[in-house]
Design a protein. Structure first.
Length: 246
């Protein structure tokens, strides 16, 4: 397994014991995807140039966890890239935020995989500042954790967790700062949406479909970057090709 994939595995394992770690872990996981040599070229980094009509999906999977991040120009989503200036634009923004709160309207995962949405985060920079909308989705899972650790092991684990948490905080801060600076200084407002799933039968998650083009017809292409336990890949979706295969 690649060293960066090993790092992703460590992040996801840490999250399973620290539920509040989701946002910082997402920032690190997506950062790992974007730093992969196969995915770091310009063809799959178009979002940095803020290309209208082009959206990016970054997907990371490890064990039973699935992470999806969407980065989309405001023009694609609501038709403008500034703060709403009238009631019609405000209503359009409210409608989009409601759409993003229903992940199953955007992504369809195979039923046999038994994936449950656990958390979501919706942010935009239409007025040059971050606006976050976080949602927790409660589901009961039978996760068995061994709590019979000796003192030395607990101390070592807590020490490692502290360092991982600190590193994650820096990564998350840098990720948010980059998005904030881009929105404030470039004048290009955009949306960032993150979904975290838990899948009881991950081997059955061999693909996912998206309704993005139907919901947001201003988008012409989507770059889908994927990192899983077994492989990493990059593909381009179009209106007539909306399935991401793992």
């Amino acid at each position: 397994m690649l060293p960066k994939a090993n790092a992703l595995r460590a992040i996801l394992m840490f999250k399973r014991n620290h539920p509040m770690f989701i946002q910082r872990k997402l920032a690190l996981s997506i950062g790992l995807i974007l730093s992969m040599p196969a995915l770091a070229n310009e063809e799959f980094r178009q979002h940095e140039a803020h290309v209208h009509g082009h959206v990016e999906f970054n997907i990371a999977q490890d064990g039973q966890d699935l992470l999806i991040e969407i980065t989309a120009p405001g023009a694609d989503v609501v038709g403008f890239e500034h703060a709403p200036q009238n009631d019609e634009q405000q209503q359009r923004l409210n409608k989009v935020l409601e759409q993003f709160s229903h992940a199953d309207g955007i992504f369809q995962l195979p039923a046999p995989a038994k994936c449950h949405l656990e958390e979501s985060r919706i942010a935009h920079t239409l007025n040059g500042e971050h606006h976050d909308h976080d949602h927790d989705h409660d589901h009961d899972h039978d996760h068995d954790h061994d709590h019979d650790h000796d003192h030395d092991h607990d101390h070592h684990e807590k020490h490692n967790d502290k360092h991982q948490d600190k590193d994650a905080q820096h990564a998350h801060h840098d990720h948010k700062k980059d998005v904030h600076d881009e929105g404030e200084h470039s004048g290009h407002g955009e949306f960032t949406v993150q979904y975290q799933y838990h899948c009881d039968n991950m081997p059955q998650l061999q693909y996912l479909d998206t309704q993005w083009f139907n919901l947001f017809p201003n988008t012409q292409t989507i770059s889908a970057n994927v990192l899983t336990d077994k492989a990493q890949s990059a593909s381009e979706l179009k209106t007539n090709s909306t399935r991401i295969t793992f």
